[in-house]
Every structure is written in structure tokens, then in C-alpha cells.
Design a protein. Structure first.
Length: 220
């Protein structure tokens, strides 16, 4: 598995609360130079990025990182992100609904956001570190039924990130049209290879470009 193949599956990510435009701009240039699958950035940068880099595959986050915004708030956020130029949307589910076994509400939330996103890619972050195995399996089914494009392991800001065991669990329980994104704690080439070989279509990481270019990517 060569580096170019790995990078073509990476969502080059910067979601720090203090991310500056200089840092975001460097992220964009790295993504273009190294042909990553996309970038994933805070919503407030979408319009600026789209104006400067009209052809970049541009992702952002919804309800990030805790997921407890209401469905209405998340739907408006999706609509605004799409209008500003986002191509992909990584939404965090309402984890309180999971713990209250209110799975119908989660199904409705995902369905509504997918309807608003329309042809744009919707990735559903389930934050596996807070879930039981039974909850993970149930969410795999809900994500499939609600029509999302991806199920994603983690925000990267929870108590733990992606694990290969969770990828295997997802593969066994999501529908054939749902892809898998691993995120959180992916910090080596070996990690990236392992997750791709396990069946992930995307990797969410801030370190892949630097790791795979020997640090050259920072030389702007």
C-alpha cells in the first residue's frame, strides 16, 4: 500500500478551537498538493475556503463535538454549511438519546439531516468510546436505515478513538451502501494501513500528511 493511496483516503483535518486562517490555509494547500480525499475544518471557515479554493473537496462538522444540539439547530447548520460550499458533513449524534434508548429520535435526526444535505456526503459520528457493543450494533442499523453515507467512529475528542475491533463490528452490521470512517488516535503509517485493510474508506487524521511526507508538508 503506497503513500499516495493512503493519502487519497485521508480527510486532512484541523478542528482546533484556536485554528487560525494561516493554519487552515496551509491545510488546504497540503490537501491539494498531496491529493487527500478531503479537508475537514470548522464551519466558520467554509465560505472563505470555497472562495479561495473552489475545487477542493471541503468537509465540516455538525453538532461537534458533543452532539447535543437539537435536530432543528443541526439542520440549520447543515443548510448553512451547504450554502457556504461544504461538500461533506460529519455530524455527531445525540448521545443522550442513545443512553435513553431513544433510537427513533436518532433515526429521525439522521434522516432529516440527510434530507437537508441532499447530494452532499453525510457522515454520522457515533463516538464509540461511550457506547456498549449492543448500542453500536443498533446504531449501525439506524445509520443504514436513515440513509447516511458513512458511519464514523469518533470525534477524536472523546475518551478514546477508533479501534480495529469497532471497524470489524461496523462491517458486520452496516448496510452495503454505508461506508466506514475511522477517526481519533490514528498517529502512524501502520495505523493507517491497518484501518484501510480492515475496510475503512476514509481516515480522519491531522497527522497523515506530515507523517507520510517526512515532515516536508510543513515547509510552506
Amino acid at each position: 500500500m503506497d503513500d499516495a493511496f493512503i493519502l487519497s483516503h485521508v480527510d486532512h483535518t484541523l478542528l482546533s478551537a484556536t485554528a487560525s486562517w494561516e493554519q487552515i490555509d496551509k491545510l488546504c494547500r497540503e490537501a491539494i498538493e498531496y491529493k487527500t480525499a478531503s479537508i475537514c475544518v470548522p464551519p466558520n471557515y467554509i465560505k472563505h475556503i470555497r472562495g479561495k479554493y473552489p475545487d477542493i473537496n471541503l468537509g465540516t462538522v455538525i453538532g461537534f463535538p458533543l452532539g447535543y444540539d437539537t435536530i432543528t439547530v443541526k439542520a440549520v447548520a447543515v443548510q448553512m454549511a451547504v450554502e457556504d460550499g461544504a461538500d461533506e458533513l460529519d455530524m455527531v449524534i445525540n448521545l443522550a438519546d442513545v443512553k435513553n434508548a431513544n433510537f427513533d429520535s436518532i433515526r429521525v435526526e439522521i434522516s432529516v439531516l440527510k434530507q437537508v444535505a441532499a447530494a452532499k456526503v453525510l457522515k454520522v459520528i457515533v463516538e464509540t468510546c461511550y457506547l456498549t457493543e449492543e448500542e453500536k450494533i443498533t446504531l449501525c442499523k439506524i445509520v443504514t436505515e436513515a440513509g447516511a453515507d458513512y458511519i464514523k467512529t469518533s470525534t477524536g475528542l472523546g475518551t478514546a478513538g477508533a479501534t480495529l475491533a469497532d471497524i470489524e463490528l461496523f462491517k458486520a452490521h452496516v448496510g452495503p451502501d454505508v461506508k466506514i470512517k475511522a477517526a481519533g488516535g490514528i498517529r502512524s503509517r501502520e495505523d493507517m494501513v491497518a484501518f484501510l485493510e480492515a475496510g475503512c474508506s476514509r481516515l480522519g487524521t491531522s497527522s497523515a500528511v506530515k507523517l507520510l511526507t517526512g515532515g516536508k508538508a510543513g515547509a510552506y
